[in-house]
Structure formats: structure tokens, C-alpha cells
Design a protein around this ligand. Structure first.
Ligand SMILES: [Zn+2]
Length: 149
């Protein structure tokens, strides 16, 4: 992860970096850590807490940069979709934008908005209580001449 990607990840998830690269939720819960490798690459570790409910895994997800989709063809070739930012999460049940963090994932591995997760009647996974994250990551658009005319 680059420094810019880490900044976007933190902003979109409402997290901040504390001393020694510790990653903290708004109420101070540690959710991960970032360390600089010898090659200058940022290594980011994030804990996704959860529990098992019957055969289902319910977890608290901190979205990162990822591919919108992946297809593995019969010949073994793999295709990837566009890159989604950590702020780009859609509820797999109702298609609403998911604005809470962490994002509850359950019911067969699906991301849920607050309302749809509530409909499952399950306890929220992890120690961090869900909160609204309003920061949105957008690609930087360079404008020559200082205007959009
Ligand atoms: Zn929903």
C-alpha cells in the first residue's frame, strides 16, 4: 500500500493512525497497524473480528482498494474489474451505499447496510460499534489553467 492509499483507506473508514503506526477507530479501539518495510513499502495489517453463526461467518470488514469483480476462465486466465476505493461499498441485499464502518458481512459473505444487517437479527461483529463514515475518496483530477471551463 502506498502512503496515499493508506490515507484514503483511513479517511474512508473513519480511522486514524496513532503512535508507532497503530490504526485506531474513533473511540480508540486498535484495529490494526501500519509498518514500513525495508523496501519502503507500507505493510498494513487490519483485524477483521467476527464470529460463527451456524455455518455462517459474520465479520466486521474494513474495506480496502480492491477489484470490483474477478472472473477465472476455464483456461485458468483471470480477468479483473475496475478498482473500487475503500469508500465504495454497496449493500449486497438492497444496493444502498453502505456508510457505516466497519461493514457487517454475513448471510453467506454479503456486505450489509445498517438496515439490512438489522433485519438478520444478529449481534454486530467485533468490539467496534458501527459508526457513520462520511469521508469519500475520489481520484485526484488535475486541472490545467485552474478552471473547469
Ligand atoms: Zn441494505
Amino acid at each position: 500500500m502506498t502512503r496515499e492509499q493508506l490515507d484514503c483507506f483511513l479517511a474512508a473508514n473513519g480511522l486514524h493512525a496513532g503512535l508507532d503506526g497503530v490504526l485506531l477507530a474513533p473511540e480508540g479501539e486498535q484495529v490494526g497497524a501500519a509498518t514500513l518495510s525495508g523496501e519502503g513499502t507500507l505493510l498494513v495489517h487490519v483485524c477483521e473480528e467476527g464470529y460463527r453463526q451456524g455455518g455462517d461467518e459474520v465479520k466486521a470488514w474494513w474495506p480496502e482498494f480492491r477489484s470490483a469483480w474477478m472472473i477465472v476462465k476455464p483456461d485458468g486466465e483471470t480477468e479483473y474489474g475496475d478498482t473500487l476505493g475503500p469508500d465504495q461499498v454497496i449493500c449486497d441485499v438492497c444496493n444502498a451505499e453502505v456508510t457505516i464502518r466497519p461493514v457487517p458481512v454475513g448471510g453467506g459473505g454479503y456486505a450489509h447496510c445498517r438496515r439490512c444487517f438489522g433485519d438478520l437479527g444478529l449481534p454486530f461483529p467485533g468490539r467496534v460499534r458501527p459508526y457513520e463514515s462520511t469521508e469519500r475518496w475520489r481520484p485526484v483530477i488535475e486541472v490545467n489553467g485552474g478552471g473547469l471551463n
